[in-house]
Design a protein around this ligand. Structure first.
Ligand SMILES: Cc1ncc(COP(=O)(O)O)c(C=O)c1O
Length: 366
């Protein structure tokens, strides 16, 4: 009765962490949850107010193409942030966050019976989307000695789609522009499309990371952006895809069937979010303050922090997740993100600064 792809699927990893959290809370443990990457930061008041002001008496079905104001705001942001010239009418489509669009991309492209490639450890949605689309999955190990970048030479011949995600969840590694250039050249030479999941480009601490939007030739490149982490708007569900016109028209044809356009009041709040950088600077400062508490606390244990240049994550060798759980500290075991994650744990710096201080004190006593 049930689709075998669904029936064979393991529980979504974060569901297991949530179960562990609930169990501990029921036992009366004061939990500090570094598990799921859902920001606890407040959404800036100017964005919340824009949402409230935009709630109409009647809210019609939103159109897949989105409000022109939102497409303009997204294109303007691409120009300011990456110097990229993206046409708001033909090269941008708003998405309901980025997860649903990431999941369904393999259905929009001609991937059935062909190969979808991504590096692991990975965000689980690339694989799930590929399997539901009837594609084969091929993973490339992301290793420390290669800067957690995949080996472009190892991409198989029948590949239709390659996913990359930098700054990377879960390792926090950043890809240099030169890597994107080589990947785009391989895509042209070997006839595949590159999808770049750029959910974390705005959570950086030293140097702002590059984007595939900066490439001179973007004819085989699809970029996914989202307000979830940049503007702490996970619950709003708002992002966009920037892609060549042929792919954007395909998305505009596909998406009304699925019905995943963001509500117009969310789109209007998103216009305000994309047009403001002050709140993003403040968000980075908040994560930086948490890093300043957690990095020394982790290093004082003799554990090693690897990559972790950007994103809200610290990728750490050494801690035992079960031992931390007993003390009320929830982290994600690295193998949750794929076999190459074994031996690492991921701290998502989503607890408040005070909770981070409490966790640091607990670590000091371990
Ligand atoms: C790597 C990566 N991509 C995409 C997303 C999707 O985020 P959203 O659907 O909220 O835009 C996440 C969320 O955690 C993520 O970690």
């Amino acid at each position: 009765m049930i689709n075998p792809t669904l029936a064979e699927m393991a529980t979504y990893p974060f569901v297991r962490l949530e179960e562990a959290r609930r169990r501990l809370v029921a036992e009366g443990v004061d939990v500090v949850d570094f598990g799921k990457g859902d920001p606890n930061e407040p959404t800036d008041p100017i964005i919340r107010q824009a949402l409230v002001d935009a709630v109409p008496e009647r809210s019609p079905y939103p159109l897949a193409q989105g409000l022109p104001e939102l497409r303009e705001a997204a294109a303007g942001w691409c120009r300011r942030r990456f110097g990229a010239d993206v046409d708001p009418d033909t090269e941008i489509v708003p998405t309901y966050g980025s997860k649903e669009a990431i999941f369904s991309l393999a259905q929009v492209l001609d991937t059935a019976g062909r190969t979808v490639v991504f590096g692991e450890p990975a965000y689980p949605v690339y694989e799930r989307g590929a399997l539901f689309a009837g594609a084969r999955v091929h993973t490339l190990p992301l290793r420390r000695e290669n800067g957690f970048l995949p080996d472009i030479e190892a991409i198989p011949d029948d590949t239709a789609l390659v996913w990359v995600n930098y700054p990377h969840n879960p390792t926090g590694a950043v890809a240099p522009l030169e890597f994107y250039e080589r990947l785009a050249e391989a895509a042209a030479a070997r006839d595949f499309v590159v999808a770049s999941d750029e959910a974390y480009t705005e959570l950086w601490f030293d140097q702002s990371p590059p984007s595939m939007l900066q490439l001179a030739d973007r004819s085989r490149t699809i970029v996914f952006q989202t307000l979830s982490k940049r503007s702490s708007m996970t619950g709003y569900r708002s992002g966009f895809v920037a892609a060549p016109p042929e792919i954007v028209s395909a998305l505009k044809a596909y998406r009304p069937t699925v019905g995943t356009a963001p509500q117009e009041f969310v789109q209007r709040a998103s216009v305000v979010a994309w047009n403001d950088e002050r709140h993003v600077d403040e968000t980075r400062a908040r994560y930086r303050a948490k890093r300043d508490v957690m990095i020394p606390a982790i290093e004082a244990k003799g554990w090693e922090i690897v990559a972790s240049e950007a994103t809200m994550y610290l990728w750490v060798i050494g801690p035992d997740p079960e031992a931390l759980l007993e003390r009320g500290i929830i982290v994600s075991p690295g193998e949750m993100f794929g076999p190459s994650g074994a031996g690492y744990v991921r701290f998502a710096l989503v607890p408040t600064l005070d909770e981070c201080r409490r966790a640091a004190a607990i670590l000091a006593e371990l």
